[in-house]
Design a protein around this ligand. Structure first.
Ligand code: PMV
Length: 348
């Protein structure tokens, strides 16, 4: 039997895609496979207190506290999430949930918190279930959490494990699955185990276009089919790159993926430009710096104006100076966040 009251907590990181997920089919099935670095410092910590409801009620309910205060604008997202997952976690309907969440990164920094937030919440729910189902292994717990997290926000299914997670069927990636993120199953060069990501906060405002609206732009998009094929091809190339540690090819592939994501946004109907003038200034500056120094720093982008700088740990001294002297002037209030590749979510 499930307990009358119990509290569980998880800390789950954000992730940054190298090959981007953009476009989806019904039930949060990705239109193409993707792969991401799991981050470490940028994370959401969530605890859920499950309180058993009166049998007559028999419908889940919840309250949501963000950084200690009730937050109404997140509630519709959570409601949609619970509506999608209830059939996989039938015990949910017998509980009232007190969800308490906080982010390690500054609020409204323009960093997407849906991946870390939804994965942390999914982990709490499956963890509670595992307290009853003694047969549940920790591997199964993580797999089910990834499955549920995907239903909250697609990319959230890639935040449970690390350092690299692949999501979506690909014929040359064993175990790849449209329903869950998998820990990348091939050997990777040591250099990628210590990769760094500095997030330059160019624009901390509200997103111009929601992910949902963005993904739907790929339906009937004139370049969609070629884009989906390209993602498959890029995962093939990346397999070799990750194994050999060929950073020159890594840089080319990662930057091209980022620009392709923005290119399809610019050529959709309606069309969007999500970069800001400072995004372009940063890109130009990175290209100049790379040419002058021969270092391997590159950029990637999400569906927004902020820039993720990716570079090997061994180059961090030079890059640190470059950021302080040059790139920080293109950031809002000079703000950026230093992060690195991590191992995934953890109970706390
Ligand atoms: O998880 P969603 O639906 O918010 O989509 C995120 C998509 C990108 O961040 C732009 C790319 C990716 O693969 O993470």
């Amino acid at each position: 039997d499930y307990p009358k009251e119990a509290k569980v907590g998880w800390r789950s990181p954000s992730n940054i895609a190298l090959v981007k997920y953009w476009g989806k089919k019904p039930n949060q099935i990705p239109a193409n496979p993707s792969i991401s670095f799991t981050l470490s410092n940028c994370a959401t910590t969530t605890s859920v207190t499950f309180k058993k409801l009166d049998e007559q009620v028999a419908h889940w309910s919840f309250e949501f506290l963000f950084e200690g205060a009730p937050k109404e604008d997140f509630k519709p997202k959570i409601e949609t999430f619970f509506g999608r997952i209830e059939k996989y976690v039938p015990f949910l309907k017998e509980y009232h949930l007190v969800i308490e969440s906080s982010n390690s990164f500054p609020h409204s920094s323009g960093i997407a918190s849906s991946a870390s937030g939804m994965s942390a919440l999914a982990l709490c729910i499956v963890d509670f279930e595992s307290a009853i189902d003694q047969t549940m292994t920790s591997d199964f717990l993580k797999k089910k959490a990834s499955f549920l997290a995907r239903l909250g926000s697609g990319s959230a299914c890639r935040s449970i494990e690390g350092p690299l997670v692949e999501w979506g069927e690909h014929k040359n990636i064993i175990g790849s699955d449209d329903l869950v993120g998998i820990s990348y199953p091939y050997q990777i060069h040591d250099i990628f185990r210590k990769y760094r990501d500095t997030i330059l906060l160019v624009d901390k405002g509200e997103k111009t276009v929601s992910s949902t609206a963005g993904h739907s732009l790929m339906e009937g998009h004139p370049f969609a089919e070629n884009r989906f094929k390209q993602a498959h091809a890029n995962l093939n190339s990346l397999k070799e790159i990750l194994q050999t540690g060929d950073l020159k090819r890594f840089v080319e592939l990662v930057e091209s993926e980022a620009l392709t994501l923005h290119a399809v946004m610019m050529t959709g109907q309606p069309y969007y430009i999500l970069m800001k003038p400072n995004t372009l200034r940063i890109i130009e500056s990175i290209w100049k710096f790379r040419k002058a120094t021969g270092l391997n720093i590159c950029f990637t982008l999400d569906a927004g104006a902020n820039v993720h700088l990716l570079y090997p740990d061994s180059e961090s001294v030079e890059v640190k100076t470059f950021i302080a002297d040059e790139l920080s002037k293109y950031c809002q209030n000079g703000q950026y966040i230093n992060d690195h590749v991590g191992e995934g979510a953890a109970k706390y």
